[in-house]
Design a protein around this ligand. Structure first.
Ligand SMILES: [Ca+2]
Length: 237
């Protein structure tokens, strides 16, 4: 796991953080969550819109590693209540989860804390840390591709705020009456016969060095023609 303890050809540390890059890749592969959608999620009908994720693994403290994973959506479809005319709709929708791993041995790690957030940095911030007994309320279904457990998170319909449980999503309350009226967070495929098919997972990608996502990477993961940073109100602007 650590370059200092690694021998042989597989010890590359291109990002210079002291962790073997192959171990970082492995951590990303195992930690990236399933994202579960409501059956009314507009992205399902808008086939040109995509979800992708990128991640970064970084050491902190004596024996911890944080895995930050950013979930990228083509579009935030705005407030769910139709009376609110899709208020706060915008292109370029970035969500975030994180995992704190405690390193307990040679390459062995234990998940200590999980972090989810929706509407991050706003007055309606739904950020929450999950640890200890909280884990019993979370879901870790088996990934059919690997036969290993994978953390399951829930994206709210249209807005894609990320919640760790359906209950957290559907009981979310907001700062103002107007926001409570317009934002009707719903997060699970309750009314379909095969709920598991609305679970999505895409492979995370890690830039070799910490840097702003290049246009090349944007194109690779499905965001051709998109700006990395911008405040334009629509993709055409
Ligand atoms: Ca590294």
């Amino acid at each position: 796991m650590r370059v200092a303890n690694c021998q042989g050809a597989g010890c590359t540390d291109a990002d210079g953080d002291g962790l073997v890059d192959a171990w970082e890749e492995s951590a990303l592969e195992r930690m990236r969550p399933f994202v579960t959608f409501d059956e009314g999620e507009p992205m399902i009908a808008n086939k040109q819109d995509v979800l992708a994720s990128i991640g970064r693994v970084a050491p902190f403290g004596q024996n911890h590693v944080v895995v930050n994973i950013v979930l990228l959506y083509t579009r935030d479809y705005g407030a769910q209540n139709p009376i609110c005319f899709s208020a706060s709709e915008h292109p370029g929708d970035v969500e975030h989860v994180a995992i704190d791993l405690e390193i307990t041995g040679k390459g062995t790690a234990i998940v200590r804390t999980l972090f989810t957030t929706g509407h991050e940095g706003t007055e309606d911030d739904q950020s929450r840390r999950w640890k200890g007994a909280d884990f019993r309320t979370l879901k870790f279904p088996t990934d059919p591709a690997t036969s290993e457990p994978r953390w399951q998170v829930f994206a709210s319909r249209s807005k894609h705020a990320t919640y760790a449980t359906k209950q957290q999503c559907e009981s979310a309350s907001f700062k103002s009456f107007l926001h409570d009226f317009c934002l009707d967070e719903t997060c699970a495929p309750d009314d379909v016969s095969h709920p598991s098919v609305s679970r999505a997972s895409r492979r995370s990608r890690t830039p070799e060095r910490p840097r702003i996502i290049s246009s090349t990477i944007s194109r690779t993961i499905g965001f051709a023609g998109e700006h990395v940073w911008g405040d334009q109100r629509s993709a055409a602007a």
